[in-house]
Unconditional design. Structure first.
Length: 583
């Protein structure tokens, strides 16, 4: 603890030592998936009546600049221009940095003080571990012009287990038990080059969430709710087409290989494709081929011979801007689909029991400029079949498992897509009024009908987790798939889930969740923000137990102090005073 405190003191001293001679952040700086710039870009796109590639992350700042260059600032509304200027100001910011030639070191310290209370311990947080902020943060970025950037989100805060605990009332890490020692959570090395103002490439190795599709509930294809996974990726971008190839390590011997292609047809329609494979085994060179259809390898035949298998994944997303101030989007994902020719009359043939596994997400999003702000409306629907992301073994299912170094840490499970996972029917509606750099207020309603296979507890129930990835040591007899195949190649059908192919979402005893949240924020000045929200959750058939009802009310209040803005404001006052004196 003392070493961490000394290190943060050193960072603050470095930050205050001097200021960069050349303004601006490095062009290869990556934006985390939950960064505010993605919202601002969406506002600018809707006001301009076009769609770009801003619905995925992480993006580099040089890609953001290329998108910004396509926007006509003069044609924007007054609040639209405020968002445009805010993005431009962020890219030119150099507060708390030191530089030597084109190399720059930047530290951005901030203090977040949050308090929470929840009335029912049996109902999970709505303001959960994905939302809660670190008490003290001092992310460090090292940039070399627009060619390379290196980043680590250094912080002091509570760990994930404490964030999930109903008895946690503040985000202050006051004891070794709730202190997060697994820092940083986000870190990367990013290099790249821009051949023109709008065409270039980026190569990166990151510990950052990846998202593919913008959705309030998290993309059903690939969402920001899968965290802390290490990924290596190469991206080639332009205004009309871009390609990203990546390998993401979920766990030991669990590598997700993926290709993504985005294309714009005109300025109002954009379509994207993602193909991925998750074999259980050592790293496989075949999957590094950037232009090969991964399914073409039929690699499951190789892995089956070794008592293992391969998870296959395919996703399509589309965005259209039919009129100004409106985005219509559709996301579709698939991990399994049995063609009629694959079925037979043999009751012992396991292929007859393979369940289809698909999901779809549809939505409308609108930012309408009204006076000094925007009315933000978002309506979404979500449907995932029971076995989306789930395969015949957890090892090649599309989920990442992890735990923390702290004593007593629970195991965590995160789906590749939306946090709500498979076997779920959901709908959400959000309405808010947002004045840039000043205040926002609104509400959100969420409905969930969650089947028994949506609960990540299906993994912990059989003992599969970060400490036991070998399914031979797990209780596979209790696994939820219709069948499993042992190392000798023998098929064992599940007595409980053999008819899984016929299940429809939500399966079993569904849990019904109704959650209403009121939220608001206020910026007193450039460096001090306040935010709060109140939520009511009603859960029927809680825990998938028929007739069990739970009610919970929670309240959250937080404040954020941005030290870089304090320094910037004081520097501006000093400069103004000097100008007055000279005049």
């Amino acid at each position: 603890m003392k070493r961490i405190a000394v290190f943060f003191a050193f960072l603050f001293a470095l930050a205050g030592a001097s200021f960069a001679q050349k303004p601006g952040r490095g062009g290869q700086t990556l934006l985390p998936s939950r960064h505010w710039i993605y919202d601002s870009l969406q506002i600018l796109e809707q006001e301009s009546g076009l769609v770009q590639f801003s619905d995925q992350a992480p993006l580099s700042l040089i890609q953001v600049k290329a998108m910004l260059d396509e926007i006509d600032r003069d044609a924007l509304s007054s609040p639209g221009r405020a968002h445009y200027d805010k993005i431009a100001g962020y890219m030119e910011d150099s507060a708390f940095s030191v530089s030597a030639s084109i190399l720059k070191v930047m530290v951005e310290p901030a203090l977040n003080l949050e308090g929470y209370v929840k009335t029912n311990k049996d109902v999970p947080w709505i303001y959960d571990r994905f939302e809660k902020k670190h008490f003290l943060e001092a992310p460090v970025t090292i940039s070399v012009g627009d060619y390379a950037s290196f980043y680590a989100d250094l912080f002091a805060g509570i760990n994930k287990s404490a964030a999930n605990d109903s008895d946690t009332y503040f985000n202050v890490p006051y004891s070794p038990k709730n202190f997060d020692v697994n820092l940083p959570h986000e870190a990367y090395g990013s290099v790249g080059y821009a051949f023109t103002d709008s065409v270039g490439f980026n190569i990166r190795v990151t510990n950052m969430s990846q998202s593919f599709g913008r959705a309030d509930t998290g993309s059903i294809i690939q969402s920001e709710y899968l965290t802390d996974a290490t990924s290596a990726a190469i991206s080639v971008y332009s205004p009309i087409v871009q390609y990203t190839g990546a390998i993401t390590q979920y766990n030991s011997r669990r590598y997700l290989y993926s290709h993504k292609v985005d294309a714009r047809i005109g300025k109002k329609f954009q379509i994207s494709f993602m193909e991925a494979a998750l074999p259980y085994g050592d790293m496989d060179l075949r999957f590094f081929n950037p232009m090969m259809f991964l399914h073409n390898y039929a690699s499951w035949l190789d892995y089956e011979a070794e008592g293992s298998d391969v998870g296959s994944f395919f996703g399509i997303k589309a965005n259209v801007s039919p009129v100004k101030y409106l985005r219509v989007f559709a996301l579709w994902s698939m991990t399994q689909f049995q063609l009629p020719v694959e079925l037979s009359e043999d009751n012992t043939d396991k292929d007859n029991y393979v369940p289809n596994a698909m999901g779809v997400q549809l939505g409308l999003e609108s930012y309408i400029p009204i006076k000094s702000g925007h009315l933000h409306l978002d309506l979404e629907g979500y449907y995932a079949q029971p076995y989306l992301y789930i395969n015949s073994s957890p090892n090649w299912s599309f989920v990442r498992t992890s735990s923390e170094s702290n004593s007593g840490s629970k195991d965590f499970y995160e789906w590749i897509g939306s946090r709500y996972g498979p076997d779920t029917v959901a709908a959400s509606f959000r309405a808010s009024y947002e004045v840039p750099n000043k205040w926002a207020a609104g509400f959100k309603y969420l409905f969930l009908a969650r089947g028994e296979l949506s609960d990540p507890g299906i993994f912990s129930k059989i003992g599969w987790g970060p400490r036991i990835l070998n399914v031979g040591d797990a209780k596979m007899a209790d696994w939820v798939y219709p069948f499993t195949v042992d190392s000798s190649g023998k098929t064992r059908f599940s007595p409980k889930y053999k008819d899984g192919r016929n299940l429809a979402a939500p399966s079993g005893t569904p849990e019904f969740v109704n959650a209403l949240t009121l939220f608001g924020s206020y910026s007193l000045n450039e460096w001090l923000d306040f935010a709060g929200q109140a939520s009511l959750a009603v859960v029927l058939n809680s825990g998938h137990k028929s007739g069990r009802s739970e009610f919970s009310f929670e309240f959250v209040l937080g404040t954020r102090v941005k030290f870089t803005k304090i320094t910037k404001k004081h520097a501006g006052k000093k400069e103004n005073a000097q100008n007055v004196s000279e005049n």
